[in-house]
Design a protein around this ligand. Structure first.
Ligand SMILES: [Mg+2]
Length: 228
């Protein structure tokens, strides 16, 4: 969708940014080790070790985000497993307050996620947040993870946006590094992506404590624009 608004495009990550990463932690670090141990008749300890080696090998690749890849790799239907526990998917505090503010103030709001298409679909259905977005894109559709330049080039080609004027909020530093390399000026991280873990103490990007902390940042930028 072309950007007819004079407001900057606000691009959000999904998991760990708008949604609580505690769900994904539960699925991948708690439930999958149990299911893998059951399927392969091994100890939970062996299961954890094996999965952690797989995780290290595939982290930050498109495979990492693919339910189909993991289902084939570990012989557990991970999409079915996620959907089985979909009621645990939760919005982070301030999610709707921020998205409503942006919509009411004519900001183009986009969702750019590394979740695969199936994961994106059931999480949108469960949370009902799709109505807030003008553009929603999964890295699976573009064929490249957000960590890498081809993702941003393809997104830009499909949905033109001014990188130097837009905002991108993501809880993964490596993804923010990719966005910075592409030229996105306004980058924000998340202080506590998972409610099950303590907030992080450092990050190379400014961190939002509450999602709604973005509102005064945008309001200040609008004020500065008036007097520029
Ligand atoms: Mg994330």
């Amino acid at each position: 969708m072309p950007n007819y608004s004079d407001k900057p495009v606000i691009i959000f990550d999904m998991d760990g940014t708008l949604l609580d990463l505690a769900y994904d932690d539960f699925i991948w670090n708690h439930l999958l080790p149990i299911r893998y141990a059951e399927t392969h008749h091994c100890s939970l300890e062996h299961s954890r070790l094996t999965l952690s080696e797989f995780y290290q090998e595939h982290n930050h690749t498109l495979n990492w985000y693919s339910s189909r890849f993991w289902t084939a790799k570990v012989d557990v239907d991970v999409l079915a497993m996620q959907i089985e526990h979909k009621t645990r998917v939760a919005k982070r505090e301030g999610c709707i307050a921020l998205l409503s503010y942006l919509k009411n103030n004519d900001y183009p709001v986009w969702l750019a996620t590394n979740a695969d298409e199936a994961g994106l679909a059931f999480k949108l259905e469960e949370t009902g947040i799709s109505e807030y977005f003008d553009v929603m894109v999964s890295s699976e559709t573009l064929g490249h993870a957000k960590e890498f330049q081809p993702f941003w080039k393809k997104l830009q080609a499909m949905h033109p946006f001014d990188a130097s004027y837009c905002y991108f909020i993501d809880d993964t530093e490596k993804v923010l590094n990719g966005a910075a390399k592409f030229g996105i000026e306004n980058l924000y991280s998340i202080a506590q992506p998972s409610s099950a873990n303590a907030p992080r103490s450092t990050c190379n990007y400014p961190m939002l404590d509450a999602l709604t902390d973005l509102i005064p940042i945008l309001e200040n930028a609008e004020e500065r624009k008036k007097y520029a």
